[in-house]
Write a protein that binds this ligand. Structure first.
Ligand code: SAM
Length: 253
C-alpha cells in the first residue's frame, strides 16, 4: 500500500506527457493574467508550485531571472526539464519536493504561482504556509485552482466524480475555504476572479488514465444526479460538463 504522496506521484508520473500537451493547461486567459502579474514584478527568482507539465514555469521564464519548477513527480519534472531545454529556457530549474515541505530558505522567492495543483495536496494549509514562508514579505503569489460550489449537495457531487476520476484527489476547496486558508497562511487577497471551464469527458478521464469501470461510475453518478446538479454542472450527453475555476492574486503580509 502506498502513502498519499506516492499515490499522487504515480498517478501523475504515468501521464506526464499528457499534461505538457493538454490544451486546458497550455493556454487560457488565467495563464496570460498570471504572466502579466509576474511581469510587473520582474522577479529575480520565481516559484511554480505543483508545476505539472510546466506551463506556468515556461511562461514565468520569460519575465523572471530564474524559475524553480517544483513537483512531487520526478517523471513529470523530467518531462518539464526536457521541454524547457527544447524551448531554449535555460533559467528553469526542476526541484522534486512536496508543497508541504519545501526545501528552500525563508523569503528566497519574489513571486510564486500555483495552478491547478493545490486540490491534490495532502495538506493544503501546510502547503500555503510553506509558500508564505519562502516568499519575501510584500511579494505577490497567484493561486489558481478548481473551486467547489458552496452548496453541499453540489460540492459532494464534484468531490465524488473527482475522486472516481483520480484516486489521489484530495479536495476542491470553495471560494470561502480558499479565502480563509490564504488569510491563515499570511496572505492578503489583492483580487479574485472566477470562470467556468468545460471538461471534455473523454479528454478529462484519459489525461489521468481513469480506469474504464471508474469512468463508467462517473457517468452513472451523473445520470442519476438530481436535475439541479445536472443543470449546475451543465452535464452533456457524453458526460462533458462545466467546472468552476478561480484565480486569487495575493500578497505576502
Ligand atoms: C494538474 S497538474 C498541474 C498543472 C500545471 N500547474 C499547469 O498549470 O499546467 C498537478 C500537479 O501537482 C502535483 N502535485 C500534487 N500534489 C503535490 C504536492 N503535495 N506537492 C507538489 N506537487 C504536487 C502533481 O504531481 C501534478 O504534477
Amino acid at each position: 500500500m502506498q502513502d498519499h504522496d506516492a499515490l499522487t506521484e504515480r498517478q501523475f508520473g504515468a501521464h506526464a506527457r499528457a499534461y505538457v500537451e493538454s490544451a486546458v493547461h497550455a493556454g487560457g486567459a488565467d495563464l496570460a493574467a498570471l504572466t502579466a502579474r509576474a511581469a510587473r514584478v520582474a522577479p529575480k527568482r520565481a516559484l511554480d508550485l505543483g508545476a505539472g507539465g510546466g506551463h506556468v514555469a515556461y511562461a514565468l521564464a520569460g519575465v523572471s531571472g530564474a524559475v524553480a519548477a517544483v513537483d512531487l513527480s520526478a517523471d513529470m519534472l523530467a518531462v518539464v526539464a526536457a521541454e524547457a531545454e527544447r524551448r531554449g529556457l535555460g533559467n528553469v530549474e526542476t526541484v522534486q519536493a512536496s508543497a508541504e515541505n519545501l526545501p528552500f530558505p525563508d523569503a528566497c522567492f519574489d513571486f510564486i504561482a500555483s495552478r491547478f495543483s493545490a486540490h491534490h495536496w495532502r495538506d493544503a494549509r501546510a502547503g500555503l504556509h510553506q509558500a508564505r514562508r519562502v516568499l519575501r514579505a510584500g511579494a505577490p503569489a497567484v493561486f489558481i485552482d478548481i473551486v467547489s460550489p458552496a452548496d453541499p449537495a453540489l460540492d459532494t457531487h464534484l468531490q465524488a466524480i473527482e475522486l472516481l476520476r483520480d484516486v489521489s484527489h484530495v479536495r476542491d476547496y470553495s471560494l470561502a475555504e480558499w479565502g480563509a486558508m490564504l488569510a491563515e497562511a499570511g496572505f492578503s487577497v489583492e483580487s479574485r476572479e472566477s470562470w467556468r471551464l468545460r471538461m471534455d469527458f473523454a479528454v478529462w478521464t484519459s489525461r489521468i488514465g481513469t480506469p474504464a469501470p471508474l469512468a463508467e461510475a462517473i457517468r452513472l453518478l451523473q445520470q442519476k444526479a438530481s436535475a439541479e446538479t445536472r443543470s449546475f454542472f451543465a452535464v452533456e450527453d457524453d458526460g462533458s460538463f462545466l467546472l468552476d475555476a478561480a484565480m486569487f492574486i495575493a500578497v505576502a503580509t
